[in-house]
Structures are given as structure tokens and as C-alpha cells.
Design a protein around this ligand. Structure first.
Ligand code: PMP
Length: 316
């Protein structure tokens, strides 16, 4: 299939900048066939000091954890990986995201590869301008508030998947099935449950609710990916004096919540309008979602000195 996207973009691949269309692997490669690719995904923001990557060091640390959980012999230090991301962003002006990947490009027969060279790629680009605009069909922006379907089929979170802390391609097959099924039912997003039936997270987002007393609650670390936005929102809530608990969320808690929202690198703070067609709160987005969303947007844009240490300026 000819590659139509991003004709001008360069991808950092094992130390060299290669044209986007040439950054390919064989269809029988281990990563493609076994879902063994690990990745992380960061946002880039315009600030008064030029473009900045949000929490680069934290994303790279999570990437190293993912590789370790999957057992990929990465052979790259955190410093090298950070430098790769920065180089990719500098080589691709106007990018909004940078995706770091580690994968086994070799064609393999067994689950354990004979050739265990782990390739590393850092791709900086603008999702809409470089990718979605080339799809040949209009792709709408996500809605301002999200209509949720609560996963009920329990195909998710079988105990034999990789640990939820690993951001590995294989872990996204089950969320994809659930979200596609939610989309076919007319919903924007799906909320996945853990083995006990507690609310866990969205396919690419973490979940928060605010109860009637104004306490924020998010599912505990064991059952979710350790979202960088999740951690940032916990810190901003503390800064604003909003009480927070990390505790299991049952579906009843969800339906009785005063407010609820999703968080993620792409989503930011994404208020939930309804779950299974039942409205959440009286008039979403509620005041806590709005205040945290506003503060988060200020922080990523470099407008709050108290959190400027989360920004890694691309040009020094
Ligand atoms: N959960 C999962 C499963 C995800 O893939 C993501 C996206 N990385 C998140 C939560 C949100 O994490 P972050 O805030 O770091 O984007």
C-alpha cells in the first residue's frame, strides 16, 4: 500500500533520520505478528519559550518499565531516549506529539526471537495535519464532552494479559474490540472494567470522578496504566486543595457521581457527559472538571511557574 501520510516528516530510527515512507517493517516481523512493540506517546506544546515536550523524563521512565515488563533487551539509556525524542521534534517543526517505540523488526517463527535486535524509533508529527488529513474521509474532532459505554462483556482484563503498567501493543487488542463495539452502539468511548468488575480506565485514558462532597476519586494504580496526565491531575488537585482518594470505583459510584472525566495525553481533561445514556452530574462539565482542565491547559502551555519543571524545552 502506498504511504500517503506525512510526506515531509522524518522519523528517528536507530540513530538516523529517515523519511516517513521508509520507516517500515516486514508484515511477518515479530512486533507486527506478536504485538510485542512497546511505546510511549507524548504531547508537544507551544510555550513562551518555544515548543516543549510535556513530562519527557516521566514518559521515558514509563517506556523503560514497559520494555522491562515485556522483556525487550532495549540497550538504550533514558538519556539516549530523551535525546532521540528531542532530535525528532527538532527535525519536524509544527509537531504536536512524539511517539517513542521499541520493537523487534526481524521476521521470526517462534515467540522468542532468534534475532533479538530491538529497534527504537521516535516519530514527531501532527496527528491531524500529517495523518488524519490524508485519510480521504473527514475525521471529526472528538466531542467536548464524551458519551461513554461501560464495558460489560468482561472480555477485558483477563489475568493472562501483560501487566496494565506495560504500554505494549498486545494490551490494546482487547480495548480496541471493546471501543469498536461501543462505537457501533453509537457511543464515543468505552470504560473498561477490571477482573472484579470495578471501573478501570479507557483504552487510552484514565478515569476520575468527583463525589457529592467534592472528593476526587480515581481507580488505584494496580489496575491501570500509570498515566502521566493522571499523575499530573493528582498533583494539580492537591495544589488546589481538592481532596483525592485512589480507591476502587463501582458502577454505582459512577452513576451517582457529581462529575466524571477522563485524562490522557491526547484527551487532556475530557469531561464525561453520560454513561450508558445516564447523565453524569447536572450540567457537565462540572466545576471541578472545568477548574482542573483549565489549570492543566495553563501548565502545558508554560503559564504556571509552579509546574514549569514538567516542561522540557526543545530548543534548550
Ligand atoms: N491508560 C491507557 C491504557 C493508555 O494507553 C493511556 C495513554 N497513554 C492512558 C491510560 C493515559 O496515560 P497518559 O496520561 O500518560 O497519556
Amino acid at each position: 500500500m502506498p504511504v500517503r501520510e506525512a510526506p515531509d516528516r522524518l522519523i528517528w530510527l536507530d540513530g538516523a533520520l529517515v523519511p516517513w515512507a521508509q520507516a517500515t517493517v516486514h508484515i511477518l516481523s515479530h512486533s507486527h505478528a506478536r504485538g510485542s512493540l512497546v511505546f510511549d506517546f507524548m504531547s508537544i506544546h507551544e510555550t513562551p519559550r518555544g515548543p516543549a515536550i510535556f513530562r519527557l523524563a516521566d514518559h521515558v521512565a514509563r517506556f523503560l518499565t514497559s520494555a522491562e515488563l515485556v522483556g525487550l533487551p532495549l540497550g538504550r539509556s533514558a538519556e539516549e531516549l530523551e535525546a532521540a525524542c528531542l532530535e525528532a521534534v527538532r527535525a519536524n517543526p509544527g509537531s504536536a506529539v512524539v511517539k517513542l517505540q521499541a520493537f523487534l523488526p526481524s521476521v521470526e517463527i517462534d515467540v522468542v526471537p532468534v534475532d533479538d535486535h530491538v529497534a527504537v524509533a521516535a516519530a514527531a508529527f501532527h496527528p491531524r495535519n500529517d495523518v488524519l488529513a490524508h485519510k480521504g474521509v473527514p475525521v471529526p474532532d472528538p466531542p467536548a464532552t464524551v458519551r461513554i459505554w461501560l464495558e460489560k462483556e468482561r472480555r477485558q482484563r483477563r489475568p493472562d494479559i501483560m501487566h496494565p503498567h506495560a504500554k505494549v501493543a498486545a494490551n490494546y487488542a482487547s480495548p480496541m474490540a471493546a471501543k469498536w463495539s461501543a462505537r457501533r452502539r453509537g457511543y464515543d468511548e468505552v470504560l473498561l472494567v477490571d477482573e472484579q468488575g470495578f471501573v478501570a480506565e479507557g483504552p487510552t485514558t484514565n478515569f476520575f470522578l468527583a463525589d457529592g462532597e467534592g472528593t476526587l476519586r480515581t481507580p488505584p494504580e494496580e489496575s491501570v496504566l500509570l498515566g502521566v496526565t493522571r499523575r499530573s491531575i493528582l498533583a494539580l488537585a492537591e495544589h488546589q486543595g481538592i481532596p483525592v482518594v485512589e480507591a476502587p470505583v463501582g458502577s454505582q459510584d459512577l452513576f451517582e457521581a457529581a462529575e466524571a472525566f477522563l485524562t490522557g495525553t491526547s484527551a487532556g481533561v475530557w469531561p464525561i457527559a453520560s454513561v450508558d445514556d445516564q447523565p453524569i452530574g447536572s450540567d457537565p462539565p462540572g466545576p471541578i472538571s472545568r477548574a482542573l482542565g483549565r489549570h492543566f491547559r495553563e501548565v502545558v502551555a508554560g503559564k504556571d511557574p509552579a509546574f514549569e519543571h514538567w516542561l522540557r524545552y526543545v530548543n534548550g
